[in-house]
Design a binder for this molecule. Structure first.
Ligand code: MLT
Length: 263
């Protein structure tokens, strides 16, 4: 499905009824990331998963994509779907960075927050350099070269060894990112602010969830967020890496389902 926003038509999936739960994918992914949640959770809530600009079936708009811009897209998207009541927002990795921006701008639109495989801190100087290198590689060699280089880090060593079909699925999801989308994300993430000071102000119930074997964002980041957010709970999933919701969908869904019961 697609819905017209002021700037472009956003592609999305919308399944189930009741409490709207907005799932925001990471970099360089798209809403296919959330297929197990659309399947497994839409009997419990209304599961909504958009493709951010430049990703999947949303159009390849030139960047940069500051996290605030992506948060504004989500607010416009909710308006277009005529959802004005507070929602639960679930962001994975870059989707988590967008969730912090959304919280800063639209706290009244949030009933709850799920921070999956993400971190509050801004990029380190080395991290910023890595963004530039990745952007250069994307321009020179294309999106697929960057995606291929990232793939071994996105999944746990166990998943990489034992689930070749899932590895290929993730590769194909990444290949669905446009060059504009990849560059837009990289430049947006590079300039994102530190959200650490925000953590103590997050007033809504928050679930922090991470994979024990995440090779992109260490589990200590989840522990730090949990310690700083007043009304948070923490779940670390064993045998899961950065894409924990794909690697351990049943465990992930059970934890989210239980969290959603409180709304
Ligand atoms: C993501 O999964 O969204 C990215 O790995 C996050 C990042 O590069 O900081």
């Amino acid at each position: 499905m697609r819905v017209e926003l002021p700037e472009y038509a956003m592609a999305y999936t919308d399944n189930g009824r009741g409490l709207p739960v907005l799932f925001v994918h990471g970099y360089p992914l798209n809403r296919q990331l959330w297929a197990p949640q659309v399947d497994g959770l839409s009997s419990a809530a209304r599961i909504i998963a958009p493709d951010l600009r430049g990703h999947g079936e949303s159009p390849p708009i030139p960047g940069p994509y500051p996290m605030e811009l992506l948060a504004d897209d989500l607010a416009a998207f909710l308006d277009a779907l005529q959802i004005s009541a507070p929602i639960v927002l679930c962001g994975l990795s870059m989707g988590g960075y967008v969730s912090f921006a959304f919280y800063r701008k639209y706290p009244q639109r949030l009933a709850g927050l799920i921070l999956a495989a993400t971190r509050a801190a801004a990029d380190s100087p080395e991290g910023r350099q890595n963004r530039d290198h990745a952007a250069e590689k994307a321009r020179q060699e294309g999106v697929r070269a960057v995606a291929d280089g990232m793939l071994p880090k996105l999944l746990s060593p166990q998943t990489l060894d034992s689930r070749p079909e899932l590895v290929e699925q993730v590769r194909n999801i990444m290949y669905g990112t446009s060059l504009e989308g990849m560059l837009g994300d990289l430049m947006g993430m590079k300039q994102r602010p530190d959200s650490t000071p925000l953590l103590a102000e997050i007033a809504c119930p928050t679930l922090v969830i991470a994979g024990a074997d995440d090779q992109v964002i260490p589990v200590t980041e989840a522990e730090n967020m949990y310690a700083a957010i007043p009304n948070a709970r923490l779940q670390i999933l064993p045998h899961a890496g950065h894409l924990l919701n794909l690697e351990q969908p049943e465990a992930f869904n059970a934890i989210v389902d239980e969290f959603l019961q409180r709304f």
